[in-house]
Ligand binder design. Structure first.
Ligand SMILES: *Cc1c(COP(=O)(O)O)cnc(C)c1O
Length: 411
């Protein structure tokens, strides 16, 4: 038997699982098919409220829509946050449907000229990832007789300790090496473009408040040094984010209140070169990861050499991360439940495997679950971020999963 992660508190009530007031079977009925992702906007709304209460006043919150770009989710969060961060031309058009361009920023390496042009015409901020991209954006602005809004993404000297995905302190396709940033900013200002400031993102999925506080401290110091060197105050400094969520056994939720208290202190003592600067934090996973549940029905149940397998109609083609194949080194179990099982149902040790013809498609490895039969619904939690759109949906030609966004009225 192997442990699994903790079920988010919002779904922990004893007895059959309820998501946004309905049972798993009712959601599959509502979708008309299984599997289905259900996202409870009420939970994401509560995360935004917790962020606002914890963080210093005046700090902007951006939603990084790649975490969950389902249009109703973007629409709901757009009403609650100050900005949307996008990472492709496709995401840019989704964001422009929900938020004024002045509140959208566009990061990511390898932006095509056509994407730069759409951003410039709309008036979205482009977070430049390289000097070459800066030159192409400035040239596009001249071609279009439009003033591009340009921020510089900095490849910082430090990384976010303990983060699942490190993005600083090394050679990187993301951002401009810190020592080359001041010269680039001077070129941008001289070109007549509207310089919007800095974007400094040092990592993702960190659960340690201390690590995030240290990174924010260093990020603020770096932004202060760069602003000093440039000699012009940056209108905005995007401090990155990296707030993680507890997926696995032993993970402890991030103490956001400690991060907010420390950030308030650091902002109060920031460099004079940042006196009038606005600051933003950009989050994806922490806002939406816990609000989603992936529901999939058991098709078959089999024994093999002493082990029991529940074979479901979903799999890694919808929820790659739960199979341990999306950015994790060691495969560990996401929280999983048998949706309709009573609180005191007898249990067994089983593996939940998807319907794909590959041994990679294991959604839960030797976990203790209530005994389930074909037709029963398995719930896989932590499915609100980097789920369907971060999975190889075309692999093996199975049907798409449905997505339902619930409690939209609450936002
Ligand atoms: C992916 C990404 C995010 C969101 O990361 P989360 O871990 O989901 O919060 C934020 N900013 C940038 C630049 C990103 O690439």
């Amino acid at each position: 038997m192997k442990p699994m992660g903790a079920i988010p508190a919002e779904f922990l009530a004893p007895g059959p699982l309820r998501i946004a007031g309905r049972s798993a079977a009712e959601w599959i009925d509502a979708a008309g098919s299984s599997p289905v992702f259900v996202y409870d906007v009420g939970i994401a709304t509560a995360r935004v409220a917790r962020f606002r209460a914890a963080m210093p006043p005046g700090l902007d919150l951006h939603y990084a829509i790649k975490a969950n770009p389902a249009p109703p989710m973007i629409a709901a969060l757009a009403r609650l946050v100050d900005g949307l961060d996008v990472a492709s031309g496709g995401e840019l058009s989704l964001a422009l449907a929900e938020k004024p361009a002045g509140r959208i920023s566009f990061a990511g390496p390898g932006k095509r000229d056509a994407e730069l042009e759409v951003a410039i015409i709309a008036g979205a901020t482009i977070n430049l990832e390289s000097e070459g991209e800066a030159a192409r954006a400035i040239a596009a602005g001249q071609r279009l007789c439009a003033t591009p809004r340009l921020a510089v993404r900095v490849n910082p000297d430090m990384e976010l300790r303990g983060s699942g995905m490190k993005m600083g302190g090394r050679a990187s396709p993301f951002g401009v090496d810190a020592d080359r940033v001041p010269a680039l900013v001077r070129r941008i200002i001289k070109s007549g473009a509207d310089w919007r400031g800095f974007h400094i993102f040092a990592g993702s999925q960190a659960l340690s408040a201390e690590a995030i506080i240290d990174t924010q401290t260093e990020t603020l110091a770096l932004a202060g040094r760069l602003a000093d060197d440039v000699g012009v105050m940056p209108p905005l400094v995007n401090l990155g984010g990296g707030f993680g969520i507890p997926y696995f056994p032993g993970d402890v939720a991030l103490d956001v209140e400690a991060v907010g208290a420390a950030l308030a202190e650091r902002l109060a003592e920031r460099a004079g070169s940042l006196a009038e600067t606005r600051f933003a934090i950009e989050l994806g996973r922490w806002l939406v990861g816990e609000c989603g549940v992936y529901l999939t029905q058991v098709i078959d149940r089999k024994e093999s050499r002493g082990e029991t397998f529940l074979i479901v109609d979903g799999g890694l083609h919808h929820q790659l991360a739960a199979s341990g194949n999306f950015g994790t080194v060691v495969k560990r179990n996401y929280p999983v439940a048998v949706a309709a099982a009573p609180y005191d149902a007898p249990t067994e040790t089983v593996s939940v495997v998807g319907c794909l013809c590959t041994p990679l498609d294991r959604l839960a490895d030797r976990v203790t679950l209530p005994i389930a039969q074909p037709g029963d619904i398995i719930a896989i939690f932590m499915a609100g971020a980097y789920g369907l759109t971060a999975s190889p949906t075309a692999f093996l030609g199975h049907p798409q999963a449905a997505e339902i966004t619930a409690n939209v009225g609450q936002s």
